[in-house]
Design a protein. Structure first.
Length: 190
């Protein structure tokens, strides 16, 4: 007579699989896109006009559909963009080739010179995403270098090494990231 093979109870297997699924969902980390950090100005009210900005206070950056840069109506290069933004947004007193500066009181820093400079960025609709991000990264890196310079002058540490939030807030107030980004246009016809 043939032996009967014992059957395995599959009910507990489903419970174990469910517990393993929950374990892996809880312990797995998900990569989160951080995006580009920008603080937008408040919207203008009904009849309010945008503030007037002198031409000397604006650095105009245009990226065309061929991913080429035009900086203040001159051909530019992504490799030098950071240095050009750093130079433009740094303090240059009594120099009409650079933005105006003003003395401003900043909590935890005292009286500091700040620039009235503004970066105006405009892209063509055909600009590649890679070039758009490269330009954004170079602009942000230039502002970080300026913040490092101010933090070193006042606290003896780079900006990201500052331990107190008040110090970071003071440096951010002294070096605001002034970037205006216009709506893309079909300039290059792509």
């Amino acid at each position: 007579m043939a032996r009967k093979t014992p059957q395995v109870n599959a009910g507990s297997m489903a419970d174990i699989a469910f517990l393993m699924l929950i374990f892996f969902l809880v312990t797995t980390t998900m990569e989160v896109d951080t995006g580009i950090m920008r603080q937008l100005p408040p919207p203008l009210r009904g009849d309010e006009e945008p503030p007037k900005v002198k031409d000397r206070n604006i650095m105009k950056i245009l990226v065309n559909s061929s991913d080429r840069l035009l900086i203040n109506n001159k051909i530019g290069d992504i490799r030098t963009l950071r240095a050009e933004v750093f130079d433009f947004m740094s303090i240059h007193q009594n120099d009409d080739n650079y933005p105006e500066v003003a003395l401003k009181y900043v909590e935890n820093l005292g009286d500091v010179w700040t620039t009235k400079g503004l970066i105006s960025l405009k892209n063509d609709r055909g600009t590649s995403y890679e070039m758009y991000i490269k330009v954004q990264n170079e602009i942000a890196a230039a502002f970080e270098e300026i913040k490092d310079k101010v933090a070193m002058e006042h606290f003896g540490k780079k900006f990201d090494q500052l331990l107190f939030e008040e110090q970071k807030d003071a440096v951010n107030e002294a070096v605001p990231m002034r970037v205006s980004e216009a709506e893309p246009e079909d300039i290059g016809g792509k």
